[in-house]
Design a protein around this ligand. Structure first.
Ligand code: AHM
Ligand code: MG
Length: 335
């Protein structure tokens, strides 16, 4: 029987072999994974745990918060604030950054998260997840402010997500490929189940919220229209469609079997760049996708190259199998 490799052992070996995970980053990732285990337990309890329904509040984006959004946010903050590895945290569910309180030692890392992505799926028992991104604070400056977070996604030192579905799976990159860990509920630990994840360059599966079709811009309309024409159209092959409405679940499927995911800018709210948030949704997912050989753009530019101007900035997203993402991006430049 092959030996089981726990997340702890994987991270220790990464630190030893390549030396590119400093001990503080290893600790940070272990703490995030522990928090994900707690969130997974809360999610699993569902109606038995008084965790369903709305919390009666709104987040900074004007979205109604669910009880589990708030629980997951608190779990991540409480787990991470005292370890000495972080300077501050930022979350989809908090207006401003959360600076590690003075009573704890301050570290050099910055942690950002969407504590529970796919909130609209919580009450209907469909896969949801936690997305996280880790940056390093620039050296030499005392204190920490929002501007420390405003770094391009290419500066991330770790990124990942945990999907709470039929299995709880943690997916991680520290810049050396993508690894997947499945939660062994009996042992209470994440076990390595996939290494060097690779996305096929071609695909016949797309993911987009088709109900927004009339609001899309011409290049996105053209791309989807060509897919829908199937074998008889310019693509000469049939396409399949999937839309979970949880980015974690859609990205997990793409990392597992390929595909392309689009949440483009549209005309409903033209002043918004898109629905999804750059710093704690698009950036970590884009890095994972690139690390698995895929591509990620906003239609015009590589997402990881975007210099953010604010914490809760939004972005248009096209990610997944390389050749499809390149095609959508080419359509945006009029090719
Ligand atoms: P959330 O972070 O508030 O849950 O919103 C993000 C989610 C993504 O997970 C998903 O891709 C998208 O919103 C679904 O949007 P829609 O409801 O328009 O299909
Ligand atoms: Mg989200």
């Amino acid at each position: 029987m092959s030996k089981k490799i726990s997340l702890t052992r994987y991270l220790v070996e990464q630190q030893r072999l390549d030396g590119h995970i400093p001990p503080e980053l290893r600790l940070l990732l272990e703490v995030v994974a522990r928090a994900c285990k707690s969130i997974s337990r809360a999610v699993n309890k569902g109606a038995l745990g008084d965790v369903m329904g709305t919390a009666g509040s709104e987040n900074v984006q004007g979205e109604i918060q669910k009880k589990l959004d708030i629980i997951a946010n608190e779990v991540l903050i409480e787990a991470n604030e005292w370890g000495g590895h972080l300077a501050a945290m930022a979350s989809e569910e908090m207006d401003s950054i959360y600076v590690v309180p003075n009573r704890y030692p301050q570290g050099e890392y910055l942690l950002m998260f969407d504590p529970l992505d796919g909130s609209s799926n919580i009450d209907v028992n469909v896969s949801i997840g936690t997305i996280f991104s880790v940056l390093k604070k620039s050296e030499g400056e005392a204190g920490v402010s929002e501007s420390d977070f405003l770094q391009a996604g290419s500066q991330q030192v770790a990124a990942g997500y945990c999907v709470y579905g039929p299995q709880t799976t943690l997916v991680l990159t520290v810049g050396d490929g993508v690894a997947m860990f499945t939660l062994d509920h009996e042992q209470g630990s994440f076990v390595l189940t996939e290494e060097n994840v690779k996305i096929p360059e071609d695909t016949q599966e797309f993911a987009i919220n088709m109900s927004n079709m009339r609001h899309w811009d011409t290049p996105v309309k053209r791309y989807i229209d060509e897919c829908l024409q199937g074998k008889e159209g310019p693509r000469g092959k049939d396409f399949n469609m999937r839309w979970v409405a949880s980015m974690v679940a859609d990205v997990h499927r793409i990392l597992t079997r390929g595909g392309v995911f689009l949440y483009p800018w549209d005309k409903r709210e033209p002043e918004k760049a898109g629905k999804l948030r750059l710093m704690y949704e698009a950036n970590p997912m884009s890095w994972l996708i690139e690390q698995a050989g895929g591509a990620s753009t906003n239609g015009k530019q590589r997402i990881l190259d975007i210099e953010p101007t604010k914490l809760h900035e939004r972005v248009s997203v096209v990610l997944g199998s390389k050749n499809e993402v390149e095609r959508v991006t080419a359509y945006h430049s009029g090719l």
